[in-house]
Design a protein around this ligand. Structure first.
Ligand SMILES: O=c1ccn([C@H]2C[C@H](O)[C@@H](CO)O2)c(=O)[nH]1
Ligand SMILES: [Zn+2]
Length: 130
């Protein structure tokens, strides 16, 4: 897995962010086990709570194209340090990743951190609990 390439793809996705309300653009790139990359951006709405984050956009695109197993995801925002995904996205990343699946968190200055599904959502609810 090429960390820098996945970050570059997330930056590319970020250019399409639809953010008239927050003006805060986020991009994500999901690498699937089939070696395909799906891009996603945040998509806001005048009814603010309907906003879809970049991570979930990318993941839902992958799943809707038949790819449910991910080998990595990168997320980029214009943040001071590496961006921190919201709780909803952590839960959705956990649904399609494994405990040790790399989650790459980055900003536009070139800072990045490679963390994992388990680190981002310890003790999360999963299919194992059903
Ligand atoms: O990891 C993150 C954090 C925030 N956002 C979006 C949601 C909203 O459009 C804007 C501000 O919260 O950023 C994402 O897409 N991903
Ligand atoms: Zn989110």
């Amino acid at each position: 897995m090429d960390v820098q390439k996945l970050i570059a793809k997330a930056i590319e996705a970020r250019n399409h962010a639809y953010v008239p309300y927050s003006k805060f653009k986020v991009g994500a790139a999901v690498l699937t086990k089939n070696n395909t990359i799906f891009l996603g951006c945040n998509v806001e709405n005048a009814s603010y709570g309907l906003t879809n984050c970049a991570e979930r956009t990318a993941l839902f695109k992958a799943v809707s194209e038949g790819e449910t197993e991910i080998s990595a995801i990168a997320v980029v925002g214009d943040t001071e340090g590496p961006i921190s995904p919201c709780g909803a996205c952590r839960q959705v990343i956990a649904e399609f990743g494994e405990d040790h699946t790399p989650v790459i968190l980055a900003n536009l200055k070139g800072d990045y951190k490679v963390t994992s599904v388990q680190e981002l959502l310890p003790g999360g609810f999963s299919s194992k609990d059903l």
